[in-house]
Design a protein around this ligand. Structure first.
Ligand SMILES: NC(=O)C1=CN([C@@H]2O[C@H](COP(=O)(O)OP(=O)(O)OC[C@H]3O[C@@H](n4cnc5c(N)ncnc54)[C@H](O)[C@@H]3O)[C@@H](O)[C@H]2O)C=CC1
Ligand SMILES: O=C(O)/C=C/C=C(\O)C(=O)O
Length: 499
């Protein structure tokens, strides 16, 4: 039997916290729960109420009703003001959000502060302001009678938007979709990853306290198949579905929404390259590739798992990377100077370790890492792996072609720009690429030839939220960011007036 309450959490019989769903302005628990595990030491953080089909139905119906309630009558300026209140609410409880994100993922506290939670605030502020200041198109046209006509476009909400997000940057990616969806006047039913439900549950409290009307933001917890994820994607009441996660999940979701011809926006996997030319600033390139390979234990879709280095500097580059990887500090999230936490789960660690084994079978030279660190304390029950560097694999190796999503890169030499561009493009994925060179002409030329959605030159993961973000090939469909988000989360209608 479902129970409603004003509190996002409850206590289970064992004294554990239970995270609840948030539907139509009420926190809802269910009989069926799953465990939320801390990947630092394998301990239980909380139980999570899994939303069943009836709960998802209730959430979608509430979201549909809310479209014609007070929310639907707000001006874009009023909506934007409410989203700024949500951002204020996150800031007011900043350290609680940091703690929630750190508990679910084991990431360094410093990263949660400077990247994850800070970006969640920025997502709400940015899309509130963009929606408020967005312009629309105007086309004057000639008509036979000489009087002419005016065409202008208006943006209307799509309706109920389904949001499904992953565990790697939990609140950042959740709010990257929820914020623009709301800014455009939609209502939302959102499912965070089953691996990282805590920060989204806190966000529901912030939404309520900021005065977001009941039904406008609904949170459902659960898994994908036969659970809240699939119930949401198959629901006839949603108008559009936005998803970040694995490419194969994107494909499954696309089939699920096909019958209803729903709009989709997908940010999917990557097998991104970093290319280091001999004319680059060597130290900056080493530092940049360290970041792009090992940030968040390699669990960012933008991370570089393929590194190509021009042959004259190849040996020196590999040696510098080996030295730097040896200095990375793996540890507890709260430790001073910690660089890397565990992977998200033991399940994901099994996957990453299977590639560590495969690399050896495929003939890799293991330059650094390749195994599981031993700490001699509770972290040995956690999901840590060693940051790892390989060399010596052919471009056909599975470890060079498949997304691993861990702290690992393969470094290979190259001889010419044409050759490296072809090798970078020889991938089923096309999300991001980082180029390191001091030759500006080459940077522009290569950047245009590389078939990805995002190219960084002499930097990596430098984000301006107004820019288009997304990938080609198996890496995604559509673009979000700035006006691209406004376009996706709105129905753009043309109004033609004969003068
Ligand atoms: N941004 C990225 O590129 C990400 C890539 N991954 C990769 O994917 C692998 C699997 O990780 P998962 O967390 O299982 O990713 P996933 O793509 O299966 O899960 C992402 C989200 O989709 C939901 N989901 C899964 N199957 C679904 C379905 N059939 N219908 C509706 N929703 C569904 C999940 O519950 C979660 O909220 C990882 O080992 C990693 O390699 C994982 C997370 C993010
Ligand atoms: O900064 C962003 O908007 C997104 C970053 C990372 C991902 O999308 C991902 O890892 O999936």
């Amino acid at each position: 039997m479902d129970q409603t309450s004003q509190a996002s959490t409850d206590n289970a019989a064992q004294g554990r916290t239970v995270l609840r769903n948030y539907v139509d302005g009420e926190f809802l628990s269910s009989d069926r729960t799953f465990l939320n595990i801390n990947p630092v030491d394998g301990s239980v953080i909380a139980e999570v109420s899994e939303a069943d089909q009836a709960t998802v139905d209730r959430a979608v119906q509430a979201a549909q009703r809310a479209l014609s309630g007070p929310w639907g009558k707000l001006s874009v300026q009023e909506r934007a003001a409410m989203l700024h209140k949500v951002a204020d609410g996150i800031e007011a409880r900043f350290e609680e959000f940091v703690a929630a994100e750190v508990a679910d993922t084991g990431r360094p506290v410093q990263q949660a502060r400077t990247l994850d939670i800070a970006r969640a605030v920025a997502n709400f502020r940015t899309f509130a302001d963009l929606a408020k200041t967005a312009n629309t198109d105007l086309y004057e046209m000639h008509t036979a009678d000489g009087a002419g006509a005016l065409n202008y476009t208006v943006r209307k909400p799509l309706g109920v938007v389904g949001v499904i997000s992953p565990w790697n940057l939990p609140l950042l990616l959740f709010t990257w979709k929820v914020a623009p969806a709301l800014a455009c006047g939609n209502t939302v039913v959102a499912k965070p990853s089953e691996e990282s439900p805590s920060s989204a549950t806190l966000l529901a409290e912030v939404m309520r306290d900021a005065g977001i009307p009941p039904g406008v933001f609904n949170l459902v917890h659960g898994f994908g198949k036969d659970s809240a994820g699939e119930f949401l994607t198959r629901h006839p009441g949603i108008a559009a579905l936005t998803f970040t996660g694995e490419s194969s999940t994107g494909s499954t979701i696309m089939k699920a929404v096909a019958d209803g011809v729903k709009e989709v926006s997908f940010e999917l996997g990557g097998k991104n390259a970093a290319v280091v030319f001999a004319d680059s600033d060597f130290d900056a390139a080493v530092a940049g590739v360290m970041r792009s390979s090992f940030t968040n234990a390699g669990q960012v879709c933008l991370c570089s798992e393929r590194v190509y280095v021009e042959r004259p500097i190849f040996d020196r580059f590999v040696a510098a990377m080996r030295e730097r990887v040896g200095q990375l500090k793996l540890g507890f999230p709260h430790e001073d100077g910690v660089d890397m936490g565990p992977l998200i789960s033991h399940g994901h660690r099994d996957k990453v370790l299977s590639y560590y084994r495969l690399a050896r079978e495929e003939g890799a030279t293991v330059v650094a890492g390749g195994g599981v660190p031993r700490f001699g304390d509770e972290r040995d029950q956690g999901a840590y792996v060693e940051p790892t560097i390989w060399t010596g694999l052919p471009d056909t190796a599975r470890c060079v072609r498949e997304e691993i999503f861990g702290p690992v890169c393969h470094i290979a030499p190259f001889d010419t720009e044409d050759e490296v561009v072809a090798r970078v493009n020889d991938s089923d994925y096309g999300l991001a690429c980082a180029l390191w060179t001091n030759n500006l002409t080459r940077a522009h030329r290569a950047a245009r030839r590389i078939h990805v959605g995002l190219v960084w030159v002499n930097t990596w993961y430098l984000r301006d939220l107004r820019t288009p973000f997304g990938g080609v090939k198996l890496s995604g469909l559509g673009r979000e960011g700035g006006r691209y988000s406004l376009d996706f989360y709105s129905d753009v209608s043309n109004i033609c007036i004969k003068l």
